[in-house]
Design a protein around this ligand. Structure first.
Ligand SMILES: Cc1cc2nc3c(=O)[nH]c(=O)nc-3n(C[C@H](O)[C@H](O)[C@H](O)COP(=O)(O)OP(=O)(O)OC[C@H]3O[C@@H](n4cnc5c(N)ncnc54)[C@H](O)[C@@H]3O)c2cc1C
Length: 574
C-alpha cells in the first residue's frame, strides 16, 4: 500500500460517510492529529512523504500584524524555523478575534506549503449533473432548506421542482421598498417570503450551534461555490451581508435550473393530495394539481396558512416553545468602545470588523438572551401580514452602518399560551399573533414600530423623545410593557440592567427598544420519523427546515434541507 492510500484510508475512517475532502479539513484544523499522523508516516515511510504535506501552524498576533500578508508569512516562517523564501503558499484555515483583554489579538490557523505545491484545503467538487429527464421531487419553499434540498437531490440524480409563493429576488425588492417607504405589506412577498426565503435580506450570519445535525463545511462550500467570499470558510463568525446574498441566491437558482431543476414563483401550496396514508401530490394556488410521490415541506416559520392546513387536514403537528421579545439598537460606535476598549479606526475595522456582542442572563426563572445581533445594521420590518408588527435585523457585508441592533428575547411556552386562553396545536402561533397585533396597534399602523428608550423601558415610562433609529417605516413612542406579556416584559427589564453591568455603557438612554421580535423560530413542530425523516402519518411527506421545527437559522436550515433530501432519495429510489 502506498502512502496516499494510507492517508485516504485514515481519512475515510474518521470521516464516516463524508468525503475524504471534509475529513482533510478536519485533520488540517487539528494540529495534534497532523503531528501524530506525521510521526506514524515518518516511522513507516521516511522523510519523502512528510515533505509533501503542509505544516499546520497557529498564530496569535496583533491586528496590525494580521493586516499584512508578508508579516503573517514572516511569523509563520519564524515559527517553523525556516527561511520565509521557502514558503510556496500559505492558506488560512481558521481566523478569530480575541478582544477579551485591552490588547486585541487575531488568532490564525494556517497550512504552510514548504517547497511543495499548494493543495487547497477548501477544495470542493459538487456532483452537479443533468437531471432534466430524471424523476421529479417536489419542494415547497425556496428558503435555505428548500434550495439546499434541491442541490442534494441533483447530486442524487433527481429533479427538484420548487414551488415558491413569493417572487424572485429582483421582483421581491419592490415589495420590500413598499414596506419600508409606505408601510404596505404584501402577504406573499416580504422579508420572509420569496426567493431565498427569510435569509435573503439578512445579515447572512453563517454560524450555528447545531453542528451535530449535519455538515456545516459543505453548507458553506455551496455558498462559496455560488459566489460568496472564501473567508466564510475560515472565519469563526462568517457572514455574507444583505447586499451580497441576493446575487448568491440568484446564482444558486440558476445553478439548479442549469441542471434541469425548476423553481415556480408565485406558486403557493394550498392543499395536499393524500390517498390512504400516502401523499400523491399537491394543489397550488387553490386550483392546479401537481402529482408527486414525495414533498419536502420547507415553508418556514411564518407560513401560518400551512400550519392551519395541516391542522385542518388532521395531520399531526404540535405547539412549540419559541422566543419572544424586542429588538434593541445602540450606536455602533458605543458598542465598539465597550467591546474593544478603544476607538475603532478604519484600518482596525478592516482587520477585525466592527464589534458585536452576545448576552445571556437568567432573570425571574427565565433566560433572557440576545438573538441575531446585526453590527452596523438596520432594523427591518419582518411582518407577513397587515395588522401585525414584527421586527428583525440585517447588515450589509461591510457592516458599516451607524447602528448595532439585536433581538432581546425570552423563551415562552405552553404555560404562557394557556394564560391567554390559547391551547392546542396552534396555541403558540395564536399567542405570537396576538402580541404582533398589539405591537401594530401601539405603533399606530403602517408598520410604524412602537418604541421606547432603553432606560424608560425599564421604568415603564413613556419616552418624551426617541433616539434616531435605523428602522425605515418609523417609530412611535409607546409603553412596551403594555404590548408584551408581563412575564416577558419583566424578565427583559431585569435583563437589560444586568447586561448594563456586564457591558459598561450598554444600559443607556441612547438605546432604542422596538417591538416586537417574535419570529425567532417556529411556533409549531411538524413531527417526523427520526430515521426516515417522513411524517409519521403520511408516507412521502418530509417536514423540513425551520418551519417544521428542525432549524433555527440559515445554516441549520440548509443542513436540514441537505439531510432530508438524502432521505427522500432513498425513499423514491426504493
Ligand atoms: C430579516 C431577517 C434576518 C435574518 N438574519 C439571519 C442571519 O443573519 N443568520 C441566520 O442564520 N438566520 C437569519 N435569519 C433567519 C433565517 O433566515 C431563517 O432561519 C432561515 O431562512 C430558515 O430557512 P427555511 O428554508 O427553513 O425557511 P424560510 O427561509 O422561511 O423559507 C421558507 C420559504 O417558503 C415559502 N413559502 C411559505 N409558504 C409557502 C407556501 N404555502 N407555498 C409555497 N411556498 C411557501 C416562503 O415564501 C419562503 O421563501 C433572518 C431572518 C430574517 C427575516
Amino acid at each position: 500500500m502506498n502512502c496516499i492510500n494510507v492517508m485516504l484510508t485514515y481519512e475515510f475512517a474518521i470521516g464516516g460517510k463524508n468525503t475524504g475532502y471534509y475529513s482533510t479539513v478536519w485533520l488540517l484544523s487539528r494540529y495534534s492529529v497532523i503531528v501524530k499522523m506525521k510521526t506514524i508516516l515518518f516511522c513507516t515511510f521516511g522523510t519523502s512523504f512528510i515533505n509533501r504535506m503542509p505544516q499546520s501552524i497557529s498564530l496569535r498576533i496583533t491586528p496590525e500584524e494580521a493586516a499584512q500578508e508578508a508579516t503573517i508569512k514572516r511569523l509563520a516562517a519564524a515559527q517553523l524555523n525556516i527561511n520565509a523564501s521557502k514558503i510556496n503558499a500559505l492558506q488560512i484555515t481558521r481566523r478569530s478575534v480575541d478582544a477579551r483583554s485591552r490588547q486585541i489579538y487575531v488568532q490564525l490557523q494556517a497550512n504552510v506549503f514548504i517547497d511543495e505545491p499548494f493543495v487547497d484545503a477548501f477544495h470542493f467538487e459538487p456532483r452537479l449533473q443533468n437531471v432534466a429527464n430524471s424523476q421529479p421531487v417536489l419542494i415547497a419553499g425556496a428558503g435555505p432548506a428548500g434550495l439546499y434540498a434541491a442541490l442534494q437531490l441533483i447530486e442524487q440524480g433527481l429533479r427538484p421542482v420548487i414551488i415558491e409563493r413569493g417572487k424572485d429576488v429582483r421582483s421581491r425588492r419592490r415589495d420590500l421598498a413598499a414596506m419600508n417607504k409606505d408601510g404596505i405589506v404584501n402577504p406573499e412577498s416580504n422579508y420572509c417570503f420569496g426567493e431565498g426565503g427569510a435569509g435573503t435580506y439578512s445579515d447572512g450570519k453563517l454560524y450555528t450551534r447545531s453542528n451535530k445535525r449535519g455538515n456545516i463545511q459543505r453548507c458553506l462550500q455551496w455558498f462559496r461555490h455560488f459566489g460568496a467570499e472564501e473567508k466564510i470558510l475560515y472565519e469563526a463568525h462568517p457572514h455574507i451581508g444583505t447586499n451580497k446574498l441576493p446575487g448568491i441566491i440568484t446564482a444558486m437558482r440558476e445553478g439548479i435550473e442549469a441542471c434541469g431543476g425548476s423553481i415556480l414563483f408565485d406558486t403557493k401550496l394550498t392543499d395536499f393530495i393524500i390517498e390512504g396514508d400516502a401523499l400523491k401530490g399537491v394543489i397550488v394556488n387553490d386550483v392546479e394539481r401537481i402529482k408527486a410521490s414525495a414533498l419536502i415541506l420547507a415553508t418556514g416559520h411564518s407560513a401560518r396558512d400551512i400550519f392551519k392546513l395541516l391542522e385542518k387536514r388532521s395531520i399531526d403537528i404540535e405547539a412549540k416553545a419559541f422566543a419572544l421579545g424586542v429588538r434593541i439598537e445602540h450606536p455602533q460606535a458605543l458598542i465598539n468602545k465597550i467591546q474593544y476598549k478603544c476607538d475603532l479606526t478604519p484600518q482596525l475595522s478592516d482587520t477585525i470588523g466592527v464589534a458585536s456582542y452576545s448576552l445571556v442572563s437568567q432573570e425571574m426563572g427565565r433566560g433572557v438572551f440576545s438573538f441575531c445581533m446585526c453590527p452596523g445594521g438596520i432594523i427591518a420590518p419582518a411582518s407577513t401580514d397587515e395588522g401585525e408588527l414584527v421586527v428583525n435585523g440585517w447588515s450589509p457585508s461591510r457592516r458599516d452602518g451607524a447602528f448595532a441592533n439585536s433581538g432581546m428575547v425570552v423563551t415562552v411556552d405552553e404555560k404562557n399560551f394557556a394564560k391567554y386562553g390559547f391551547t392546542g396545536n396552534l396555541a403558540a402561533m395564536h399567542f405570537q399573533q396576538m402580541v404582533e397585533k398589539k405591537a401594530w396597534t401601539a405603533g399606530g399602523g403602517k408598520l410604524v414600530a412602537p418604541a421606547q428608550r432603553m432606560t424608560d423601558f425599564v421604568k415603564r415610562k413613556q419616552s418624551a423623545s426617541l433616539p434616531e433609529c435605523s428602522y425605515l417605516p418609523g417609530t412611535q413612542s409607546a409603553l412596551l410593557h403594555e404590548v408584551l406579556p408581563p412575564e416577558v416584559y419583566q424578565s427583559l427589564a431585569k435583563g437589560f440592567e444586568s447586561f448594563g453591568r456586564k457591558m459598561k455603557g450598554y444600559f443607556t438612554e441612547d438605546a432604542i427598544v422596538t417591538a416586537t421580535e417574535s419570529r425567532t423560530s417556529s411556533p409549531v413542530r411538524i413531527p417526523r420519523n427520526n430515521d426516515s425523516l417522513q411524517h409519521p402519518q403520511i408516507k412521502g411527506l418530509f417536514p423540513c427546515g425551520e418551519g417544521a421545527g428542525y432549524a433555527g437559522g440559515i445554516v441549520s436550515a440548509a443542513m436540514d434541507g441537505d439531510r432530508v433530501a438524502e432521505m427522500v432519495a432513498i425513499f423514491v429510489k426504493q
